[in-house]
Ligand binder design. Structure first.
Ligand code: HEC
Ligand code: HEC
Ligand code: HEC
Ligand code: HEC
Length: 482
């Protein structure tokens, strides 16, 4: 059975990002670039905090991950089908990147650490050492997600590797991506950003796509090089869990970035000297709802004011990557029967601080404390959720709650909020289908409405923004679902 809704979420997510649409079901060809196997030589001696990147050549041998089937052919599948990641470096040589570089005053995007951090394996050139066969041109490759392999490449082929615990493996730098929480963190380090690498408003203004990430939709879009059926069997509620962990980890990454920005401002203002303080800003404009500044001044624009907390004329703070987590924290008490979720109050504190301050008058010291608290609470919460298994009753309850979101908060009135809400419903709907193995008649109706919603949320052809967005029609469809 072809999971219809997975495809739906795919369409919306690609509409959101207006990236190039890659063929998802292209047959694996035998044309994966052949890289000879290399014996891993000891690279130079390093201190243990330095990660050693081996490079794709260390994984691609036919007897390792270069076979033809999915299992054993992970390299082949990544190289021929996961085109976006495989070509992430090549994109830095494109006209779009060249234009961006010119506007940003960068000599060459493909040599710029800021771009390479997310578009190649070289997450942090200062902290990594390259093995003799490492090549940056392979874009987002094995070690970007699975961890720098210098200390585990040889070990993981030995029998004893299977006996190690996840924790022991992680001490060698191996990421256990079977853990959905670890996976969420890995994807989000590039798709939302981290203190090391961010897509700030200057990058967006220069032409970089805005990062609007939602884990379950993005995983659905990513051509897999692992056994999906087995993964679903292990965790049939996976789709909803990915949605939840994705929201929590996205909010956490946003908090970590906010802390880092504020700390730069604080240290810059304490050293003063020759520093040009205007270069250091916290918060960055990309943390705010784009449409509170970028709106046509028409009388009846959907991009109007959404919050009564905010002074008139001040932009609305963070609607994409924080609103869902706040909603989820609130709902989780009833969905999971918990007394309280610490992250709910710290998210509220953070939001209140941002909404009560002027854009350029956010008290940075206080921001550091509040956002750091939120980051800690969000991490604890996602670790809790990781070990929690949701049964059919919980998934049904979650679906019911996501359908019932009332329309008077920021989350429920903007394109960002509507799209996030749509994606939450799709994830829960899909999880329920995976859990019970069929579609009931009331779900068929939901499928139809979701199809209509998806049409309304899509960007018009040729646009990277929800121009002429019909917010009222969308709200009406949501009301029908309640
Ligand atoms: C925080 C990580 C991050 C940083 C830093 C970053 N990018 Fe990206 N970039 C991404 C992601 C993720 C995408 C894909 C967005 C999507 O489709 O959702 C992307 C997409 C792009 C695209 C569009 C590609 C396409 O196929 O349409 C270009 C061009 C690009 N980046 C260039 C750059 C350049 C140039 C820099 C440095 C000035 C840079 N990026 C810095 C993460 C980053
Ligand atoms: C964009 C991130 C990403 C990249 C790049 C990537 N992987 Fe994966 N890989 C994953 C995820 C997520 C899984 C699913 C985890 C799981 O089920 O164990 C996975 C699963 C696997 C598995 C199966 C593990 C298992 O426990 O069943 C192997 C083997 C693997 N990848 C090897 C590779 C190799 C080799 C490369 C490079 C050619 C690569 N991966 C590139 C994210 C990635
Ligand atoms: C090292 C950074 C990095 C990591 C880690 C990473 N990605 Fe990506 N991803 C990118 C970049 C950069 C692009 C855009 C490249 C391009 O346009 O060619 C991208 C593109 C994509 C796309 C294609 C988007 C589109 O517009 O078609 C999907 C889907 C995706 N990533 C999913 C994932 C998932 C799921 C994970 C985690 C398992 C993940 N990525 C981990 C950097 C990363
Ligand atoms: C606080 C107000 C504010 C917020 C919030 C804001 N921007 Fe901007 N943006 C501006 C200003 C001011 C400019 C410069 C206008 C100009 O150069 O014409 C700009 C420029 C841009 C440009 C370049 C436009 C051009 O004509 O060259 C893009 C693209 C852009 N912003 C996208 C975004 C996105 C996407 C977001 C949300 C992530 C966002 N902005 C959030 C105020 C804002």
């Amino acid at each position: 059975m072809m999971p219809v809704l997975r495809i739906l979420s795919v369409i919306v997510a690609s509409a959101i990002v207006v990236g190039v649409l890659f063929p998802l079901s292209e047959p694996v060809s035998a044309d994966a670039p052949v890289i000879e196997a290399v014996t891993v030589r000891a690279v130079r001696s390093t201190n243990s905090s330095q990660a050693i990147l081996i490079g794709v050549a260390g994984c691609s041998a036919a007897s390792c991950h270069g076979g033809r089937e999915v299992v054993g052919g992970e390299y082949t599948h990544w190289a021929t089908r996961d085109v976006a990641h495989r070509q992430a470096y090549d994109v830095l040589l494109s006209d779009a990147s060249r234009t961006m570089a010119t506007k940003l005053g960068i000599a060459a995007a493909h040599k710029e650490a800021r771009c390479l951090a997310c578009h190649s394996m070289d997450a942090d050139p200062a902290e990594t050492i390259h093995g003799p066969r490492f090549a940056i041109e392979f874009g987002v490759a094995c070690e970007s997600c699975h961890g720098a392999a210098g200390q585990w490449l040889a070990r993981h082929t030995e029998r004893s590797w299977k006996q190690l615990s996840d924790h022991q493996k992680s001490e060698f730098g191996f990421r256990n991506l079977r853990s959905l929480d670890v996976r969420a963190e890995a994807c989000i380090s590039c798709h939302v950003g981290s203190p090391r690498a961010t897509v700030d408003h200057d990058l967006i203004a220069a032409g970089h796509p805005r990062l609007t990430f939602e884990l379950s939709a993005y995983q659905a879009m990513m051509p897999k090089h692992w056994n999906e059926a087995a993964a679903l069997q292990r965790q049939p509620e996976q789709e909803l869990k990915l949605w939840m962990l994705g929201q929590i980890r996205s909010a956490k990454a946003t908090a970590d970035i906010a802390v880092a920005r504020a700390e730069v401002v604080i240290s810059a203002s304490s050293t003063k000297g020759d520093l040009d303080l205007s270069r250091y800003v916290a918060p960055d404009l990309a943390e705010f709802d784009c449409h509170s500044c970028h709106h046509d001044l028409a009388e009846k624009s959907w991009r109007g004011r959404v919050s009564t907390n905010k002074k008139i004329g001040e932009p609305q703070w963070g609607s994409w990557s924080t609103a869902s987590a706040t909603w989820l924290a609130h709902e989780s008490k009833s969905v999971f029967g918990l007394d309280q979720i610490a992250a709910e109050s710290s998210l509220v504190q953070w939001t209140l601080l941002m909404q009560s301050s002027k854009l350029r008058g956010v008290p940075t010291g206080k921001l550091v404390n509040v956002a750091r608290r939120a980051s800690i609470d969000l991490a604890a919460w996602s670790q809790f959720l990781e070990s929690n298994r949701s049964d059919e009753a919980q998934v049904r309850f979650f679906l019911k709650r996501s359908l019932a979101i009332n329309s008077d908060n920021a989350f429920a009135t903007t394109w960002d909020g509507h799209t996030q809400r749509y994606l939450a419903i799709v994830a829960a709907h899909q999880a329920l289908r995976d859990l019970i193995g069929q579609t009931s008649s009331d779900q068929l109706l939901l499928t139809q409405t979701l199809t209509q919603l998806q049409e309304l949320l899509k960007f018009p052809q040729g646009f990277a923004t929800p121009r002429d967005y019909q917010a009222e029609q969308v709200q009406q469809l949501f009301r029908q679902l309640q």
